[in-house]
Design a protein around this ligand. Structure first.
Ligand SMILES: NC(=O)c1ccc[n+]([C@@H]2O[C@H](COP(=O)([O-])OP(=O)(O)OC[C@H]3O[C@@H](n4cnc5c(N)ncnc54)[C@H](OP(=O)(O)O)[C@@H]3O)[C@@H](O)[C@H]2O)c1
Length: 377
């Protein structure tokens, strides 16, 4: 029997895209997917529904069977510790996490404890040769010096005040605890920058984060400078990069940014223009003519009347709070170095401006308030 590739988070955005990519590369029979579900039938339905959203055809889905799913929660893995398939696992790609900017009480339990429980489940399996932990590049915190880009550094800040949201701290903590508790784990860390949309499907599989660009455009304001850049990558490229790192026999580094970096990041000016060009509405055309006004994060609260008139489906107070948070992230203007990934031979990420048309057309009929739910679980 071939070595297995265990994937967590396949019912989510990145893990689902990774599974679709693996099926397309002829690796369906090698997958072992950890899916949480009280009822396996419902778990299977959620999994296949998500893979369809990420572009899997009937023929591609037919290559997966129940024998490739391990139904378990990250926080209840002892239930599956005796499963014979674990002895075949050679590579773990750990995508599952609670990825939310809310102050969710389950963040540390899932992102830190769940990650450590997964490592405990697999670390002494006979065939294990790589444990690929999906972190986040934003785990570098807000004190990083953005002048020359953010280096692929092992050290991450753990103090709560170094992070804009508890989520990024939980991801940093998980990384650091993995190293401390499992020093012999064949750990490699992949930290994606900001994942927005899919190069072909746009935001149909997930509207996470794209709505922020649309809101800035509607309100014609920005909390970053127009020439500041933002480091965004599409989910299908990110999935391909993860598989590349998971399967390459030897890797030169322990930490990789999956990022646009210098060549793939775009300025808000470039993104604003591309967004307006892809937008057939009068509002979009006007935004292109008028441009954006720079405002401070403190001034966002003054936008309530404007939100009421231009984005009437949204609760203005909720949107103001969300914009203040995303405004802080945008102000960081981080561009994440990706030399390590380039050295491994991965092709560069397509910039958002190349596939923004697919993002615009796939969200045309989805309200901003519905799109926001992807980020505030
Ligand atoms: N999206 C981004 O912009 C971004 C950027 C940088 C890094 N990342 C990282 O990339 C990874 C994937 O993010 P994503 O955007 O794909 O998130 P997502 O769409 O919210 O998917 C999260 C996945 O984790 C699973 N999960 C959560 N808690 C679990 C538990 N207790 N037991 C088992 N599975 C659990 C979810 O399963 P259910 O379906 O059962 O909820 C889902 O499959 C995360 O590690 C995230 O930190 C994401």
């Amino acid at each position: 029997m071939d070595d297995l590739i265990m994937v967590t988070g396949a019912t989510g955005f990145l893990g689902g895209a990774l599974v679709v990519e693996a099926i397309r590369r002829g690796m369906a029979s090698r997958l072992l997917l950890l899916v949480r579900a009280d009822d396996p039938r419902l778990g299977w339905a959620r999994l296949s529904g998500n893979l369809r959203l990420l572009g899997a055809s009937d023929a591609e889905l037919a290559q997966l069977g129940w024998q490739q799913v391990l139904f378990a929660d990250l926080n209840a893995l002892t239930q599956v510790a005796d499963d014979g398939r674990l002895a075949q696992v050679a590579v773990v790609i750990h995508c599952a996490a609670l990825a939310t900017f809310s102050e969710h009480p389950g963040l540390e339990k899932i992102n830190v404890d769940g990650t450590l429980e997964l490592a405990a489940l697999v670390h002494d399996r006979p065939r294990l040769r790589r444990f690929l932990y999906v972190g986040t590049a934003m785990a570098c915190g807000r004190r990083a010096d953005p002048q020359h880009g953010i280096a692929e550094s092992m050290a991450l800040p753990l103090a709560p005040e170094s992070h804009l949201v508890p989520y990024t701290r939980s991801k940093a903590l998980a990384e650091s605890m993995l190293r401390k508790r499992f020093p012999s784990l064949p750990l490699v860390v992949a930290r994606p920058s900001i994942i927005v949309g899919h190069t072909v499907l746009g935001c149909a599989p997930s509207q996470s984060i794209f709505w922020v660009f649309q809101v800035w455009q509607s309100l014609r304001v920005l909390t970053a400078k127009l020439d500041d850049r933002i480091d965004v990558v599409p989910v299908d490229w990110c999935a391909a990069a993860l598989l590349h790192l998971a399967l390459k026999p030897a890797l030169a580094h322990a930490v990789y940014h999956l990022s646009g970096g210098e060549s793939g990041s775009r300025s808000f000016r470039q993104i604003g223009r591309a967004l307006a060009a892809a937008d057939i509405s009068d509002e979009g055309r006007q935004a292109a003519e008028i441009g954006y006004e720079y405002i401070s994060v403190d001034e966002i609260r003054l936008l309530v009347p404007c939100i009421r008139s231009r984005i009437p489906d949204c609760n203005p107070r909720l949107l103001v709070r969300a914009l203040a948070l995303y405004g802080e992230f945008a102000r960081l203007a981080y561009v994440f170095h990706n030399q390590h990934l380039q050295e491994e031979g991965m092709s560069p990420a397509p910039p958002l401006t190349d596939y923004i048309g697919a993002c615009v057309s796939s969200t045309r009929h989805i309200s901003i308030s519905s799109q926001m739910k992807w980020d505030f679980k």
